[in-house]
Design a protein around this ligand. Structure first.
Ligand code: NAP
Ligand code: GLV
Ligand code: GLV
Length: 319
């Protein structure tokens, strides 16, 4: 009997086709995020779930999936999945690391330069018909060349950003993880520092840690107070790593220069206050959104799921 798989949103054909060749596949018909009640309804009788980072795969959903053997998320981050509940039922959880590293680091890089040189703000201003000629003080931003980049969470994506920033702008790289990575230090000339030092010495602070109880509100008022007056904060990790209200207060008071954000605390809600501020660059969680990368993620998520269901060890197992 063929395996039954539920996919919570249509993904690229590279993954869909693989799954359809080998399993009975149901795809959520709506082009919107599935609700928890609908997910509980649809997961019944399914052997495999292919979900998105925005789906609430909590203990209730997992309990409703009485046949479930694998949860394959179409993302590298898996903070939306209750791992304890899955583990208690012997359900495998898989993700898509690596293939989205460069695309996500590119978005962090884009946020960094957009915030530093006020790209989005000045583009909107021009489009509104206000450009009347070159001016000595028009949209003054900050140089990046030779400045200091502080990476919080120098794993795959953080290290890729460090490499791009050091190469393009000759930036000095500081990093903070729970453990040191000597190979990264040697290769990149990166300097391991404690969080306070990183915040005090960096012109750009970029977040790349996973969302965990430890990293929730890692960047709060206390942390923002330690940052430089000309500093730029970039977040392509997860929204709740920053206390958004504290960030709004810091940006309003111009205690830091700007923020470039791809993720939000209550996604998809973005506070009006953030939208109203001129010194923010705001993207709709598009870190991995290149055609090539999403194709690879779809294939990887499909292969992970088929591997578990067909009794092989998946290449990218979380648990
Ligand atoms: P990764 O390779 O696992 O890197 C995470 C890094 O964070 C590791 O170096 C880890 O080092 C460090 N870390 C973990 N907990 C920490 C803590 N409490 N304090 C300090 N450092 C900590 O993961 P990745 O592939 O780079 O992805 C990182 C995150 O980016 C994902 O979890 C996801 O949430 C986010 N993401 C977002 C997008 C987007 O579309 N915006 C796309 C992809 C990924 P130690 O273990 O030594 O602490
Ligand atoms: C995107 O946010 C991911 O975790 O893959
Ligand atoms: C600017 O356009 C310059 O020539 O300096």
């Amino acid at each position: 009997m063929s395996h039954k798989i539920f996919i919570t949103r249509s993904i690229p054909d590279t993954g869909l086709q693989l799954l359809r060749e080998r399993a009975e596949v149901a795809v959520y018909e709506e082009d919107r995020q599935i609700g928890k009640a609908e997910l509980i309804d649809r997961i019944q009788g399914m052997d495999g779930l292919l979900c998105l980072l925005s789906d609430p795969v909590d203990a209730d959903v997992i309990a409703a999936g009485e046949c479930l053997r694998c949860i394959s998320t179409y993302a590298v981050g898996y903070n939306n999945i209750d791992l304890d509940a899955a583990e208690a039922r012997g359900i495998a959880v898989t993700n898509t690391p690596g293939v989205l590293t460069e695309a996500t680091a590119d978005i962090a890089f884009a946020l960094m330069i957009s915030a530093a040189r006020r790209i989005v703000e000045s583009d909107a201003w021009l489009r509104s018909g206000k450009f009347e000629g070159w001016a000595p003080k028009l949209f003054l931003g900050h140089d990046l060349s030779g400045k200091t980049l502080g990476i919080i969470g120098a794993g795959r994506i953080g290290q890729a950003l460090a490499r791009k920033a050091a190469g393009a702008f000759d930036m000095r790289v500081l990093y903070h993880n729970r453990s040191r990575d000597m190979e990264f230090e040697t290769r990149q000339g990166a300097l391991y520092v404690d969080l306070d030092t990183l915040l005090r010495e960096s012109d750009v602070v970029s977040l790349h840690v996973p969302l965990t109880p430890e990293t929730h509100h890692l960047i709060d008022k206390h942390a923002l107070d330690r940052m430089r007056g000309n500093a730029i904060l970039v977040n392509t990790a997860r929204g709740p790593i920053i206390d958004e209200q504290a960030l709004i207060a810091a940006l309003r008071a111009k205690r830091i220069f700007a923020a470039g954000l791809d993720v939000y605390e209550e996604e998809p809600a973005v506070p009006e206050a953030l939208i109203a501020l001129p010194n923010t660059v705001l993207l709709p969680h598009i870190g991995s959104a290149s055609i090539e990368t999403r194709d690879k993620m779809a294939e990887m998520a499909a292969r992970n799921l088929l591997d578990v269901l067909e009794g092989r060890e998946p290449a990218h197992r979380v648990i």
